[in-house]
Design a protein. Structure first.
Length: 572
């Protein structure tokens, strides 16, 4: 999934605190508080086993070969991928990771395809009909033949956010059960009282996006409030992409089959265009810009529009039994071996279409290769670390982080005893770098561990170039974070050793524009995995030291996932 952004903003963010990644008050990392790793029994990184680039390349070539058909869940490509990874886990000495004695966690998926349907707004006998795809994109997560809204009152709820750590509640106790919520995308843009024209870094991470800004959050909070539907108003700037991207969601969408068949979700989720939202608000005697301004303040209250919404979606359903692959290395300390450090990578990609096979070599055959080779490095230690390790190759990341979501809600081992997740999604294939990127840098103690490991290699770490785009929320580690488990989202560096300064920018642009999520994501003869091996050794050191430490890593104060972790740990 991970798409590397341009470096245009990199120098700007690297100059100061390198982007909080949306975690409120954070330390700057470098020169920050004393790292927890200093309390761990520390083996210098030079004495730890290294990562073998030949093996990395060999696994990547197999998983991204034509024979694996682009690794789409539910296809022959899944069978081959799952078998290959399971075999490799066995070869490097991992035990079955599931308590049923297997290397497999079954993941039930459903594909839901809604038939095109209009969304109708009615007020005082006047109707506005929004045309499918042109004006409205909608779907349901309910595993059911149909989902509908009938004369459901529309309420504008601003950004739709409830964020106790920022003393922010857009609902103000107003009952929205059975209502249709209209919301704005991204975080409320709160001005910095001391710096006119800038966003307040203490509220919703300033320019960085927090999870409250992600579209997925908007539907989740709507469900928690008992709403019947939620529609987000599409604006290209705050969304970060055009309506054409939203229109890509009109086909089949995958989801997990939960015990309640997702009936806890709102009936209908969707987006409407800015123009149609403005017209709707105007017909209700409201002005979009005025409402948007009010929505950026703590005093905002929901605005009932006196308009009713009606829509019916008829679905085509199909179910797929997909699989996560999981291997385990038992810890050596009787008191700590039931605690787990998890490494994740996704084995799935997009399969094949009329355009060709989506090989997914960087995304994320290489991550699975990394998973296998980091496991091998652990198996080569003279003795296992004190805590246990779990190596989890998840399914359906490209379909919305579904395999990792399933693990995070149906964990094999308790999350309260899951110490950390370290994710590996897409990697640098262009050689050694002076740096390592930590997406959402400053989120947890894990960033300090990574900073220290990189420093021992003579390298620096920094945040991602575009924290305003919320990349931290776009790969599998996020499902661990969302449940409260500290999670690390590393990415390759951008300053290549022995290459001109602009080289990093060039290779990223080339990736984003020409190869990312296309059939051209393949292994090429110029691949140089020496940088990846160095990055992975740092991540190996992070996992090893966390597994050895007397204390568990924690979220930094002010982080949006900290309260959940603290509550979870209280029960242990
Ligand atoms: Zn991807």
């Amino acid at each position: 999934m991970k798409r590397r952004g341009s470096l245009a903003l990199f120098l700007l963010f690297a100059a100061g605190c390198s982007g909080s990644g949306g975690f409120g008050a954070v330390s700057c990392g470098i020169g920050g508080p004393t790292p927890p790793s200093q309390t761990a029994a520390q083996v210098p990184i030079g004495q730890l086993p290294s990562i073998d680039t030949t093996q990395l390349l060999a696994h990547t070539k197999v998983l991204s070969s034509d024979q694996f058909e682009g690794r789409l869940p539910g296809t022959r490509g899944e069978q081959l991928s799952v078998t290959y990874i399971e075999d490799q886990f066995k070869k490097v000495g991992l035990k079955p990771g599931n308590t049923d004695g297997s290397y497999i966690q079954k993941v039930p998926l459903v594909g839901i395809t809604p038939a095109p349907a209009p969304l109708v707004f009615a007020k005082d006998g006047q109707r506005q009909t929004l045309k499918w795809k042109d004006d409205v994109v909608a779907w349901t997560k309910h595993v059911a033949d149909s989902a509908s809204l009938k004369d459901s009152e529309v309420v504008f709820v601003g950004y739709g956010v409830v964020a106790p750590e920022f003393n922010w509640d857009d609902y103000k106790g107003v009952d929205v059960k059975g209502k249709t919520l209209l919301m704005l995308v991204n975080d409320p843009p709160v001005a910095d009282p001391s710096k006119p024209g800038e966003l307040d870094p203490q509220t919703f991470g300033g320019a960085a996006m927090t999870y409250y800004g992600r579209w997925t959050y908007k539907y989740e909070i709507a469900a928690q409030k008992g709403a019947a539907a939620a529609f987000i108003v599409h604006e290209t700037g705050p969304a970060g992409y055009g309506f054409n991207v939203v229109q890509g969601k009109t086909g089949e969408q995958f989801d997990l089959v939960t015990p309640d068949k997702n009936i806890g979700r709102v009936n209908i989720e969707g987006w409407i265009t800015l123009d149609r939202a403005k017209a709707l608000l105007q017909s209700a005697g409201q002005d979009f810009d005025a409402l948007k301004t009010r929505a950026a303040t703590r005093d905002f209250k929901p605005v009932p529009l006196g308009v009713d919404a009606t829509m019916t979606l008829h679905n085509t359903l199909r179910t797929i039994d997909s699989r996560n692959v999981v291997g385990r290395l038992d810890g050596s300390d009787p008191n700590l071996k039931d605690e787990y450090v998890v490494y994740t990578a996704h084995w799935d990609h997009f399969g094949k279409t009329a355009d060709g096979i989506f090989h997914g070599a960087e995304d994320d055959a290489l991550g699975c290769a990394a998973l296998i080779e980091v496991a091998r490095a652990f198996s080569r230690l003279p003795a296992p670390p004190r805590r246990s390790l779990l190596f989890l190759a998840v399914t359906a990341e490209e379909q919305g982080l579904l395999g990792s979501q399933y693990y995070s809600v149906m964990p094999i081992y308790p999350l309260a005893k899951t110490v950390a997740d370290i994710n590996m999604d897409s990697w640098n294939v262009h050689g050694r770098t002076k740096d390592l990127t930590l997406v959402g840098y400053g989120a947890s103690d894990l960033d300090d561990y990574a900073r220290d490991a990189a420093a021992e290699q003579g390298r620096i770490v920094h945040g991602d170039a575009e924290p305003e785009k919320g990349f931290y929320y776009r790969s599998d580690h996020f499902n661990f974070a969302k449940q409260g488990v500290p999670a690390l989202d590393p990415d390759g560096g951008v300053e290549y050793i022995g290459k001109p300064k602009e080289y990093g920018q060039q290779v990223r642009d080339e990736w984003t524009e020409h190869r990312y999520h296309t059939p051209k994501d393949v292994v090429t003869p110029d691949w140089d995995l020496t940088g990846t091996a160095e990055d992975l050794k740092a991540l190996f050191a992070v996992g090893y030291r966390v597994a050895q430490s007397d204390r568990m890593p924690e979220w930094k104060p002010g982080n949006e996932f900290k309260a959940k972790r603290d509550a979870m740990r209280k029960g242990t």
